[in-house]
Structures are given as C-alpha cells and as structure tokens.
Write a protein that binds this ligand. Sequence first.
Ligand code: TMP
Length: 222
Amino acid sequence: MQRGFFITLEGLDGSGKTTQIKRLAAWMEKRHLPPTVTRQPGGTTTGDRIRPLLLDSRSTGLAPMTEMALMFADRAQTIAEVIQPALDAGKIVLCDRFTDSTEAYQGGGRELGSEIVLELHRLICGNLTPDLTLLLLPSLESSLDRARRRNERHNEQTGQDEGRFEQEQDAFYRRVWEKYREIARREPDRVILIGGNLGIDEVHEQIVEAVAEVLLTARKNG
Ligand code: TMP
C-alpha cells in the first residue's frame, strides 16, 4: 500500500502553531485531503495522562532525563496508535510537535545535547522522519511575550495549569530557539523555516505554498 505523508509543525511556545494547524487542516479538507491531526505530548489516552505530568507547573523537580523519557514514551504511543496506522492507510498526518521539539527543548534547552535525542529517536521511534516540517520561528522576544500571555489566558479559561515550560528563563528559550535554527540548517530539504514577525494570514499562505509544492512533487514521484 502507498505510504501516506507525514507533516509536522514546530516552533516555540506562542509561535501560533495550533492556529496554523487548524487552518492547514481546513485547507486540506476543502481539497478532499482530510488529514489525521495529532499533537505531542498528548493525542492518545495514554498521552493525555502523560501530558499533565510534563506540563503542570506543580510537577517540580523533574530530572531532564525523566522529562525526555516521558516525551519519548508519549511519542512511541502516538506513533503506534495514530501516526503509523494513518500513514499505512495512505493518509496525510499533521502532527503538532515531534522529535525536533525534544531536540530543541531537551537537547538544547535542557542541554542534554542532540546526540542522545537522535539516538533515542532511532531506537524508540524507528527513526520515523517527517516528509515535511514547518518551523514557525518569529523573533525570540515576540515568541516569549505571546507564550506568557497565552498561558495566563489558558489557565484562566480552563483552570488547567500547563505553565511549567513557560516559567523557564529567557536563556532556556534562547537555547531552544538556537537549536531549532541548527536543525533547520542541518536538514534544509525537510525543514521549511518561516521566520520574521508575520501575521496569521501571511504565515498560512507560506505554509500552504510549501505544502502544495511537496504534495505535488510527492504525487509526481509516487
Ligand atoms: P504545546 O502543546 O503548547 O506545544 O506545549 C507543549 C510543551 O512541551 C512546550 O512547552 C514544548 C514542550 N515539549 C518539549 O519540551 N519536548 C517535546 O518533545 C515536546 C513534544 C514538547
């Protein structure tokens, strides 16, 4: 059976990923290409139980290795339950964060380094690599601002506290941001970097342009 197509969205907290995933999914549905949409951490029953362990700011004292292991535990479950079956069925998968997040946040932010993340990805995730990664990377300053404002709103509206990462200092986010840029430089064929402080519509346009192009190429080659 023809393998489907695997697209991931990446970026700092507050980069607008979630809005863009929704718009991209709607764009695909209109073109009769309804995607399977998922996210990390979360996206499965097990993952939705792991997510609060990772994100609740009352989860104090999590060792960086524990944090990374939980991210991979969540990912292994999503691959087994959602991503691989959808790809095997020839579907397009849209995933909000994947292993690039672990490399950026745990490898860069927590300073565990890229090597261990990539090795675990090979061992735990069978090296499953996205066909296309859209990396939303506005300036560090505006990302931080948006993340903190979004988190306050989210906590007020839902009563859920997902602020553990947003409490990190700016130096942590600078390392995450730099690691993302390093990944984009290392894998220019897979990672499309959408930088600058663009509006929601402009980002959406750049995303659909990139997606249309790779889907067309994939169809020609398939
Ligand atoms: P989000 O669902 O709003 O994108 O938030 C998830 C948070 O978890 C975000 O701060 C990034 C962090 N994260 C990691 O640190 N490592 C990972 O591997 C993943 C998937 C997320």
